[in-house]
Design a protein around this ligand. Structure first.
Ligand SMILES: NC(=O)c1ccc[n+]([C@@H]2O[C@H](COP(=O)([O-])OP(=O)(O)OC[C@H]3O[C@@H](n4cnc5c(N)ncnc54)[C@H](O)[C@@H]3O)[C@@H](O)[C@H]2O)c1
Ligand SMILES: C[N+](C)(C)CC=O
Length: 490
């Protein structure tokens, strides 16, 4: 592998100060695919110092936004150029199919292009001042030094949602990818160096969350922390960030409802119910794991889903026939198995799946069969908690209001879907569903122009779109008195 297996701090490729390393494992067969530094808080402190100096003393923050946009556009071009290499690295690291990874790389290049395009369109404005002889100006400035922490399921996609807007807005940053999936983020730091991002502006630290990551959320030289990951970690970060009242952006988990009415296009609903969950083996924050189905079509729908699920081809992400890869790790597989045991204990009926596959070729990987539970109710853990695996729970409803009430019965509010051919009904439901994204006759679609984020405990703030850029800016009001005179009060 030609990839640099180092951290990137202050424009240098470096090992961990402790000298420690971590093996990166392919979840398909547990082979070691890379060995990278295992950084800790001392590496994080060095990276924070570099980012602080680059922000306070360097010219990145003050250079014309058009110039920053050009560099970010070049990063997008390099991602397109190296698409295949990046996609293969992502699949090696996560186990997802190369076809999915190629799609991710296209989305990622799109994110860098989008922010490059709007880099110089976030100018300030002159507002009407109520005071005579004055000019009132509102300007947008970078927040400063940004800590960015990403998860393992969409390693580079989630990184791109943070890197591109932070850069075009003029911030400096320290990124810490998940310790188990750093490879495509590493490669992208090579590309950012090639594109000419100045020394100290972008820094990469590797290592576990509880030390390398925790330092980013506690250190007082960090002005903003942007985190994507689980709800438990998110709450810890929120608490740590309070010590210097950092700006905070949280993209957390979801337990996403997919409401299917009897008048929906049946084949479409079946297909999207499967797509909505089983891509990347259900390891998607917005997976539509809670099917909420109108009673009159419940049995037919479940039967159709089960038939299709039985045909799934599990295997290596590098085999073009594979539809679903493994889970990310042994630890995560154990967690998914535990949730299935809980579902059974709670009285849900296992319609299909519910175990590891017995195919001898899959025994070295962290595979789990696609699983469907019926007879589910909202009081069950299996319905309320994010298992983050290939599991669907099915609940029934008879009335529209009941469907919406079930959909909203969750601590989460990331995303949801509605399938119906009645446009007015779809819009009524979408208006009442308390989620950051609602899809109508669609599922799991996102693009750079539209904001992404959660209601309730699914997060704080938005990524993507113009709001995703605003997260990385402070807004300043400048009032100029053009005819100053003393008040002579004192
Ligand atoms: N809302 C979204 O857009 C979105 C997108 C992708 C994933 N997710 C969520 O991510 C979760 C899965 O990812 P995960 O298992 O990697 O999550 P996680 O919370 O375990 O880890 C995420 C990141 O946080 C770091 N971390 C762990 N403890 C930390 C601490 N104390 N301080 C600072 N950093 C720490 C980890 O090293 C990793 O880089 C799921 O809940 C999923 O829904 C959400
Ligand atoms: C935000 N998304 C859907 C790309 C990945 C969630 O895990």
């Amino acid at each position: 592998m030609t990839l640099k297996q180092k951290q990137y701090i202050n424009g240098e490729w470096v090992d961990a100060k402790s000298g420690k390393t971590r093996d990166i494992i392919n979840p398909y067969n547990q082979e070691v695919v890379a060995t990278v530094p295992e950084g800790d808080e001392t590496d994080a402190q060095a990276a924070i110092a570099a980012a602080r100096e680059a922000f306070d003393q360097g010219d990145w923050a003050t250079m014309p936004a058009t110039e920053r946009g050009k560099i970010v556009r070049e990063i997008a071009d390099f991602i397109e150029r190296d698409r295949e290499e990046l996609a293969r690295l992502e699949s090696l690291d996560t186990g997802k199919t190369v076809e999915e990874s190629r799609g991710d790389m296209d989305d990622i290049a799109g994110v860098f292009h989008y922010y490059a395009e709007i880099a110089d369109k976030n100018g300030g404005e002159i507002i009407e001042s109520p005071l005579p002889n004055s000019i009132s100006k509102v300007v947008h400035e970078p927040v400063g030094v940004c800590g960015q922490i990403t998860p393992w399921n969409y390693p580079l996609l989630q990184a791109s949602w943070k890197l591109a807007p932070a850069l075009v807005a003029g911030n400096t940053l320290i990124m810490k990818p998940s310790e188990i999936t750093p490879l495509t983020t590493l490669k992208t730091f090579e590309l950012m160096e090639e594109a000419g991002v100045p020394k100290g502006v972008v820094n990469l630290i590797l290592g576990a969350g509880h030390d390398a990551g925790a330092e980013l959320s506690t250190n007082h030289d960090v002005d903003l922390i942007s985190f994507t990951g689980g709800i438990v970690t998110g709450k810890k970060i929120m608490q740590a960030a309070s010590t210097n009242a950092k700006n905070l952006a949280l993209e957390l988990g979801g337990k996403n409802p997919n409401v299917i009415f009897a008048d929906a296009d049946f084949e479409l609903a079946v297909d999207q119910a499967l797509n909505g969950v089983f891509f990347h083996a259900g390891q998607i924050c917005s997976a539509g794991t809670r099917l909420i189905v109108e009673e009159s079509i419940h049995d037919d729908l479940v039967e159709a889903l089960v038939e299709r699920v039985k045909q799934f081809k599990l295997g290596s992400g590098f085999d073009e026939n594979t539809q679903m890869g493994p889970l990310i790790s042994a630890e995560h597989l154990a967690k998914v198995e535990k949730y299935v045991e809980t579902g059974i204990k709670e009285g849900a009926t296992l319609a299909v799946g519910g175990s590891r596959p017995d195919d001898p070729e899959l025994q070295d990987g962290f595979f789990y069969l696609p699983t469907i539970f019926t007879d589910c109710t909202t009081d069950m853990e299996i319905v309320q908690e994010e298992a983050f695996g290939p599991i669907i729970t099915v609940e029934k409803f008879t009335r529209e209001e009941e469907a919406v009430q079930l959909a909203n019965d969750s601590i989460y509010g990331l995303a949801g879907g509605v399938f119906t051919n009645d446009v007015a009904k779809a819009e009524r439901c979408a208006a009442k569903m308390r989620m950051g994204t609602v899809w109508i006759n669609e599922f799991n679609v996102y693009f750079p122009h539209a904001p992404w984020g959660g209601y309730k405990q699914s997060g704080i703030g938005r990524e993507l779109g113009k709001l995703g850029l605003e997260e990385y800016t402070e807004t300043k009001h400048i009032l100029q008195n053009t005819k100053p005179e003393p008040l002579n009060w004192f």
